[in-house]
Design a binder for this molecule. Structure first.
Ligand code: ZN
Length: 365
C-alpha cells in the first residue's frame, strides 16, 4: 500500500506513468500500477519531472542587498530544492540555517568564504574577513546544510586583491573536499587567469554573461581558454541574475557545443518581481528559445545540479529517490523574453509549474 499514488502523469517523451510514493520516497514508477494507496491523485496529463533544483538563489530574508524568501523562489515557483549561493558566511550562516528550516522548500547553502556573506558588495576586498578555521568549524556543525563554498571573483567584490580570494577558496576547498562555485564578472581578475586556477568539477556561475571579461571575444567567437575549460569539466552554470545572462553569448556557445551544465537563476526579490529573471521556469524558457531541447533543459534543473553539488537522492525520477516532483504544463505560446542586457528573443513555448511534491507532500502552485 502506497501513501500516495499519482495517476496519469506524462513524461516529456509522452509516456503516461503512475508514481507510487511511500515514506517520502518514490517507491514505484510504472505504466500500470495496480497496488492500492491511501490517497490517489489524478494529475490528468500534467508533465512530470524530478523536482526542480535551482543551484543559485539568494533566499536569506534578513540580508538587505540580495535576499528573498525560500518558498517564493522555491515551492511557489515549482522549485523543490534551492541552493543559496553565498548570501551568508561563517558569521551569519547559522542564523540563516535556523530560518531556512522553517521553509517547505528544501534549502541548502554554499557558504561565502567571507564571514558575513554579501552584507556589502565588496565582501572579498578585505581578506581579514576570510578565516579558514572558522569556515571549517561551521562546515562541521552544519554538514547537511552547507554543501559547498562560494567565492565571488569580480571587480566590485574583490577590490585590489586580484586572484588571492580565489586561492583562499581553493585552499579551503582542498581541506574540506566540497564543491566550489565561483562567480565571474568584470575584470580584474582576467577570466583566463581565473580559469587557470579551476579544476574539474569547479562551478563557474554567470557563465553566459555579456561582459567584456566573459567567454566571448570581440569577434563573436568563444575564447579558446573557455572552450578548453569546458572540455576539461569546469561546470558552466547559468546564474542568470540581473546582469549576467546574454542570449548571444549563450547562442554562440551552443554553436560551438558549449551547453551550460546547469540552469540556475541567481534570483532575489528585485529581479524576481521586476525581471529580467522572474522565475526558474522563465529562465528555462529562455534556453529553450535559443535552441536547447526540453530534455536538455530539464536535465539541467534536476540531475545535473544534483550531481554537481552532490545532493543525494534528488534530481532523478527513479525508484528510491526522494519523492520531490515537479508537475507542469507545456503550452505553445508566442512571446518575447528578455536577457540581462535588454535583448529580446522570440519564445514559442511556455513552461508553467502547476503542482509539486516535496518528500511526498503535495503542493498546488
Ligand atoms: Zn548570486
Amino acid at each position: 500500500m502506497y501513501d500516495t499514488l499519482i495517476k496519469n502523469a506524462k513524461t516529456i517523451h509522452e509516456e503516461t506513468i503512475g508514481i507510487g510514493i511511500t515514506n517520502g520516497k518514490i517507491s514505484k514508477i510504472s505504466e500500470k500500477i495496480t497496488e492500492k494507496a491511501r490517497e490517489e491523485i489524478d494529475v490528468q496529463g500534467l508533465y512530470v519531472s524530478a523536482g526542480w533544483i535551482d543551484a543559485h538563489v539568494h533566499c536569506f530574508e534578513k540580508m538587505t542587498l540580495y535576499y528573498d524568501y525560500p518558498d517564493e523562489v522555491g515551492i511557489n515557483s515549482g522549485v523543490t530544492t534551492i541552493v543559496d549561493a553565498g548570501s551568508t558566511g561563517e558569521n551569519n550562516i547559522k542564523d540563516f540555517y535556523q530560518l531556512a528550516q522553517k521553509a517547505k522548500t528544501n534549502v541548502y547553502a554554499l557558504m561565502n568564504i567571507s564571514k558575513d556573506g554579501i552584507i556589502k558588495q565588496n565582501e572579498l576586498a578585505d581578506l581579514s574577513k576570510v578565516n579558514i578555521e572558522k569556515n571549517m568549524e561551521r562546515l562541521q556543525e552544519l554538514p547537511e546544510f552547507i554543501i559547498g563554498l562560494k567565492a565571488r571573483m569580480s571587480k566590485t567584490v574583490i577590490g585590489e586583491n586580484g586572484v588571492k580570494p580565489l586561492l583562499l577558496a581553493k585552499e579551503l576547498q582542498r581541506k574540506v573536499n566540497l564543491p566550489l562555485m565561483v562567480h565571474i564578472g568584470t575584470a580584474p581578475v582576467d577570466l583566463e587567469e581565473l580559469f587557470s586556477y579551476l579544476e574539474t568539477g569547479d562551478i563557474v556561475t554567470h557563465c553566459f554573461n555579456g561582459k567584456d571579461n566573459g567567454i566571448l571575444d570581440q569577434t563573436g567567437n568563444i575564447k579558446p581558454f573557455a572552450k578548453k575549460a569546458y572540455k576539461n569539466g569546469i561546470h558552466f552554470d547559468i546564474g542568470h541574475g540581473t546582469d549576467s545572462f546574454n542570449f548571444e553569448v549563450a547562442r554562440r556557445a551552443k554553436k560551438e557545443n558549449i551547453i551550460a551544465d546547469s540552469i540556475s537563476t541567481d534570483i532575489y526579490l528585485r529581479n524576481r518581481k521586476n525581471g529580467p529573471v522572474y522565475s526558474l521556469a522563465i529562465t528555462m524558457e529562455k534556453l529553450l528559445a535559443i535552441g536547447y531541447s526540453l530534455d536538455e533543459v530539464l536535465f539541467r534543473v534536476t540531475e545535473a545540479p544534483a550531481d554537481a553539488l552532490k545532493i543525494k537522492n534528488k534530481g532523478q525520477l527513479k525508484e528510491d529517490f526522494d519523492a520531490d516532483l515537479t508537475f507542469f504544463e507545456l503550452i505553445k505560446s508566442e512571446k518575447y523574453l528578455m536577457d540581462s542586457n535588454g535583448n529580446k528573443e522570440q519564445s514559442h513555448q511556455k513552461i508553467i509549474p502547476r503542482m509539486a511534491f516535496i518528500k511526498g507532500e503535495k503542493f498546488d502552485i
